[in-house]
Design a protein. Sequence first.
Length: 187
Amino acid sequence: MLTVCISKLKISLCFSFLFLIAVNAMYYDRITILCLWFCILHELSHLAAMRIFGVQISEISFYGGGIRICADGVDMLPISQRLVVYFAGCAVNIAMSVVFGLINDTLSCAVNAAIAAFNLLPIDYFDGGKILSAVFPSGVRALSVISRITSISFIAFTVIAAVWSGTSICASKVIVLSFIILSDLLE
């Protein structure tokens, strides 16, 4: 892991993230570049919302399962501000999806819509899971069960869709999905 400290902010670049970038570079396609670019904008939106509400960001970590932002004080914000922070990334992806749809850039529209939908899944460390935890703080155990069921369902749906459609399965996509699944199970 490569770690750089800028003032009080720690930025970590894990080997797993570099590995995924390398694997995706071998199978270069426009979707990979768009996903990376729009995911970075998604996370920058969370950062902007946190800074607006005065939250101190302690670490940004790029790892195989995505980009993780560690911040001190998000849980202390009023629920309305927490919801803004948790929904900020998806809101930007939804807005960009609409804009790209209006200018007929179908691929960028679809990628942004997919990123928003994926992040709104009720999985613990995704935006959807954090939103549910903020709205229903007493249901943590139930949310954990929902998160596991959603993860397993998503994996099953992805495999069935890939097999049923007859589409060839790209190695880089399988590796990315594996990292996301392992990140959820190991957390």
